[in-house]
Design a protein. Structure first.
Length: 141
């Protein structure tokens, strides 16, 4: 990769600085050094950043998306609801199981804790509410 990039850099330097001369037949030490520096200091770290998250298990990726959504709110919410998150489309899916798993992952990390409740005095299924850790407010501000 470094040799190919150095070749491109050498030709770019030739086009910009010496267009009236014949094309380069070799690669200068300076082009090789610039190519290696670019790869080591920019390209490799950016690839790790981009592809590193993609290599995480789906539940971890989903938890990160929800965590980013929480801190992106204008004011830190007291509670979040799995169904509301699903209807808002925080994740790229509507699968309830993925939201539940991601919220459980955030709970294990201390971001949220289960806080189920019901609307009204009637029986029925509990809401999937999650109390947001108030300590996140310090990082949010």
């Amino acid at each position: 990769m470094a040799v190919r990039l150095a070749t491109v850099l050498e030709h770019l330097h030739w086009c910009g600085e010496r267009p009236s001369e014949a094309p380069p037949t070799g690669i200068s030490k300076a082009s090789v050094e610039r190519a290696v520096k670019f790869l080591n200091e920019y390209a490799a770290p950016m690839a790790l950043r981009c592809f590193g998250e993609a290599s995480l298990p789906q539940v971890d990726q989903d938890a990160r998306v929800i965590a980013r959504w929480i801190v992106a709110q204008d004011t830190l919410p007291d509670t979040i609801n799995a169904r509301d998150l699903r209807h808002t489309g925080v994740l790229t899916t509507k699968e309830a199981e993925r939201y539940d798993a991601a919220l459980a992952e955030l709970a294990s990390a201390g971001w949220v804790r289960a806080d189920p409740g019901r609307d009204g005095d009637k029986g029925g299924r509990q809401r999937k509410d999650w109390a947001v850790n108030r300590a996140l407010g310090d990082a949010h501000e």
